[in-house]
Write a new protein. Structure first.
Length: 611
């Protein structure tokens, strides 16, 4: 066999929580790449600190396993729609995918997004219907749903002749026939066979010109700048004189100091790589995602990574609150600018642009989670900054104002159907499909403006008493709609600078839910809670009890306070309105009005009313 014929480059793709990372763990354990007796942690591919904490895959990662005479390079990809850019660039270096679908849930929003990209990239698909051991699993129904999705996305030319594997990633076995449901003897062998027999090997070009596509970049304390990608043509050796060929078609001289192939959880150093190899190349200062490594300027145009445009916009703003600089190390305009522009080197789904104000930056992302991960990373690095309310990106298409829409899937108890339909209708959601099962559960699918869904998740959990689930993903740009209802309730805004205390908060908790606790620092214009009624009110959480010579029964009683609402990044961004900001520091998340002084807010309100 030719060298390329022994290689299979695949991505494992699925909706969030459908079992990708668990399946890869089991594939690693079963393969010869893991030495007998070698310990391997659970979720071994999720090595990032935030991935471990949140239990999701954020960054795509590579591994390699040996099966018979083949090397299978596997890329684990995120399952959340906000990290679709990670999926898109990975598809540029594989020849096929394992498409995982939950045997109970069936195809979900990210399934649709991924399959659409696979069809556009002409990739072969091995369907893996996972979690067949789950109570209530319905693999036959799910298979029919996937066939329908293929026909919907691929039309008459849809290739339905793909292998179907039924698996339990948790238990580590796969079968090709549901009649063998209890046959666990072969482990994952049927899956490995399907990969080898159905997924094509990389093209054999025998190209003279080196073309290495960089799909992700990083930095190592020992290796310096690193680039992961695929060698599409030629051979690349350590210390070759090469050039980085960026999207501006500039040539930047460089030399690879080290090259590694992926093997299990480790990297295997090598002196050269050949066509079809997925590898890590070190020592390339200035390399960016989407660059090519070449020896000379290509004669023919190279295929660049196509990334869908961002659909959400926020302002990152230098923190100017009265508490600025008390908790963070990096607080200046220069700090914020450098950090944001550094992020776009590898975070290809992100865009940054300057505004007319040097302290304000437009940051475009793929969704709320996409931006919240960046925010949390920056907080942990010691940054302070403020962020505005997320907005859908508005575009002008053929003279019409357009905005992003989401495909929203909801499951809940049937008793909540009416109130959810009413609420989503008010947010301009259009019902596309609705069904129910014999267990009293309702399933609904909506097309809804992205800005309508922002802030809905917390309300949805309240309306369904925490029993409902919702998933959504970008669908398309469509006509802009007006009159989407804002937050129903007002907020309680501090009228003083100081320190919140039990006495000051005690009476306020009857007027709504609090975001602060005793001894928290507060300032004028800071939002300290949600009002139970429409309209904002100015309050004093620092108010102290007046001292008198009289003792009262109440003064001797213990003041009991309800625990404050815990502000998370996503909750805070969903909660605020257009005239509000979230202040982020390494230690705190605070909500505030853009205009801190009440008189300024009243003047602006009167001006808007006259406009």
């Amino acid at each position: 066999m030719l060298y390329q014929e022994t290689i299979r480059n695949i991505a494992v793709v699925a909706h969030v929580d459908h079992g990708k990372t668990t399946l890869i763990d089991k594939m690693l354990k079963e393969s010869a790449s893991i030495r007998e007796g070698e310990a391997m942690p659970e979720r071994a591919m999720d090595s990032d600190e935030l991935e471990k904490e949140r239990g999701i895959t954020i960054l795509s990662k590579c591994t390699g396993i040996k099966y018979r005479d083949y090397r299978i390079n596997i890329v684990d990809t995120p399952g959340h729609g906000d990290f679709g850019s990670e999926v898109e660039r990975i598809l540029a270096m594989v020849n096929g995918v394992l498409l995982l679908v939950d045997a109970f849930d069936g195809p979900m929003p990210q399934t649709r997004f991924i399959l659409k990209k696979c069809i556009e990239n002409d990739l072969k698909v091995v369907l893996v219907i996972n979690k067949i051991d789950r109570d209530g699993s319905r693999p036959k129904d799910v298979l029919e749903m996937v066939y329908e999705l293929f026909l919907e996305l691929g039309g008459e030319n849809a290739d339905l002749d793909f292998p179907v594997i039924y698996s339990s990633a948790k238990q580590g076995y796969a079968i090709t026939n549901l009649d063998e449901l209890n046959n666990k003897e072969n482990g994952l062998t049927p899956l490995f066979d399907a990969i080898v027999n159905y997924i094509p090997h990389p093209p054999v070009l025998n190209g003279e010109h080196v073309e290495f596509l960089v799909t992700s970049v990083g930095h190592d304390d020992f290796l310096g700048a690193t680039a992961i990608g695929i060698l599409k043509s030629g051979k690349l050796h350590v210390m070759d004189q090469i050039n980085l060929y960026n999207i501006k078609e500039e040539l930047i001289k460089a030399r690879p100091t080290k090259i590694f192939l992926f093997e299990g959880l480790k990297k295997k150093e090598t002196q050269e790589i050949c066509e079809g190899d997925i590898a890590l190349v070190a020592g390339l200062e200035g390399v960016g995602a989407g660059d090519y490594i070449v020896k000379d300027k290509p004669v023919m145009p190279l295929q660049r990574i196509k990334i869908d445009e961002p659909v959400i916009l926020v302002n990152f703003i230098v923190n100017k609150s009265p508490l600025s600089g008390k908790e963070g190390k990096f607080v200046t305009t220069m700090h914020l600018r450098e950090r944001l522009y550094k992020e776009v080197l590898n975070n290809v789904g992100l865009k940054i642009s300057d505004t007319g104000d040097e302290t304000v930056f437009d940051v475009y992302g793929r969704g709320l989670l996409h931006l919240s991960i960046l925010i949390e990373k920056m907080r942990r690095e010691g940054f302070e900054f403020a962020v505005s309310k997320p907005q859908g990106v508005i575009k002008e298409i053929e003279g019409k104002k357009m905005e992003p829409y989401e495909l929203l899937y909801i499951s809940m108890k049937e008793e909540y159907t009416g109130i959810i339909l009413e609420r989503l209708s008010g947010m301009k959601g259009k019902l596309k499909d609705m069904s129910k099962d014999d267990k009293g559960n309702s399933y609904m699918e909506f097309k809804i403006p992205s800005r309508g869904i922002m802030g809905f998740h917390n309300e949805f959990l309240t309306l369904t008493k925490g029993t409902g689930t919702m998933h959504h993903n970008f669908l398309e740009f469509s006509d802009y709609v007006f009159d989407i209802a804002p937050r129903k309730n007002g907020v309680m805004v501090s009228m003083e600078n100081g320190e919140a205390n039990s006495y000051g908060l005690f009476n306020l908790q009857e007027r709504g839910s609090l975001f602060v606790k005793p001894q928290d620092e507060v300032y004028e214009g800071m939002i300290i809670g949600q009002h139970s009624k429409p309209g904002d009110i100015a309050v004093n959480p620092s108010k102290k009890k007046q001292l008198t010579n009289m003792r009262s029964k109440a003064s001797d009683e213990m003041i009991t306070l309800t625990p404050p609402v815990r502000l998370t990044i996503e909750y805070a961004l969903e909660f605020i309105e257009d005239d509000e900001l979230v202040e982020f520091t390494p230690k705190s998340i605070r909500l505030r009005k853009k205009l801190l002084k009440e008189n300024d807010r009243k003047k602006e309100s009167r001006a808007l009313a006259r406009a």
